[in-house]
Ligand binder design. Structure first.
Ligand code: FAD
Ligand code: SF4
Length: 254
């Protein structure tokens, strides 16, 4: 995730595939031919094919197998409306400013921006998953409900309780910082958990796992998170809860 690099090294093939201008088999054959012709690195080729043959087909199966009930699920009973800056990109959080900004400008964001910035924030902030789904459906050039909805409701918002994904895709600032340069020059401090300039992701992250202990603590993929949470003393935990509540009560001004 690099500033002024909206497309990175992604293929931008999703809209053509979803519109059926390209057949997935055609894309996979072309990639295999290129692999042979140019002696490309196998792991790169395999990774790309897996997105189309693996993830895309899996998502398609979930939609046609689980709808219509799948679309209205709300495992964490989240009800907050999307802040208005989802439609302008005007927020002091640089990662969201850039990811939302390019989504609105180009109708495109790559997977990590969709999942680990916009979706991550939506889940941690308690936004209503149906509204989040409507936003993704309205914004992206490749948004067709059969592919957008399971990605949003299942993979990104865990609103299906873990039918599609094995754990919620959420993170604090440290992960976002490791993925690129967005935290540099942000109004917020990626290392701080409390105070006016603390990165909102930090307190929201711990508070999310604290609030949803009864629904998530048994998940073996989250064992480490809960071990770390259990090591915090009550005072530290209360400070995080207070910070997270404050953040959630002033989403519009973040
Ligand atoms: C919340 C959320 C909403 C999304 N909504 C859509 C959507 O409406 N339409 C859509 O096509 N994809 C969606 N995706 C999946 C993925 O982000 C996009 O397919 C990808 O970013 C498109 O850019 P690209 O063509 O440059 O992809 P690349 O990174 O170059 O990947 C190659 C191809 O793999 C396929 N692919 C990769 N991951 C997925 C996935 N999780 N599900 C389905 N196909 C995948 C796509 O066809 C893509 O073109 C969503 C992901 C998230 C987290
Ligand atoms: S400091 Fe926090 S809000 Fe700012 S860019 Fe990094 S993760 Fe995003």
């Amino acid at each position: 995730m690099w500033t002024d690099t909206p497309y990175g090294w992604h293929s931008m093939l999703s809209s053509s595939l979803n519109l059926k201008l390209l057949n997935p088999r055609e894309v996979i054959s072309a990639v295999i031919n290129a692999w042979k012709k140019y002696s490309l690195d196998l792991s790169t080729v395999e990774g790309f094919i897996r997105q189309i043959l693996g993830w895309r087909e899996y998502i398609r199966g979930v939609y046609w197998g689980k709808m219509p009930d799948y679309g209205t699920q709300n495992y964490f009973a989240q009800s907050t409306a999307l802040p208005a800056w989802f439609w302008t990109g005007k927020t002091k959080m640089r990662c969201l400013e850039l990811s939302l900004g390019q989504s609105l400008e180009h109708a495109y964001a790559h997977h990590i921006q969709r999942l680990m910035v916009i979706g991550n924030f939506s889940l941690l902030a308690g936004l209503n998953p149906s509204e989040v789904h409507q936003w993704y459906l309205g914004v992206y050039i490749d948004a067709f409900e059969w592919v957008e909805l399971p990605n949003t409701i299942g993979m990104s918002q865990f609103a299906d309780g873990g039918m599609l994904a094995t754990k919620p895709y959420v993170s604090s600032a440290a992960y976002i910082d490791r993925q690129g340069d967005y935290c540099k020059g942000c109004h917020y401090d990626k290392k701080k958990r409390e105070g006016e300039r603390a990165c909102p992701f930090n307190a929201l992250y711990w508070d999310f796992f604290d609030r949803h202990r009864n629904k998530l603590a048994d998940n073996f993929r989250l064992a480490m998170v809960y071990r770390n949470l259990d090591k915090m003393d009550e005072q530290a935990l209360n400070a995080l809860r207070t910070q997270a509540n404050k953040t959630r009560s002033q989403l519009e001004s973040l």
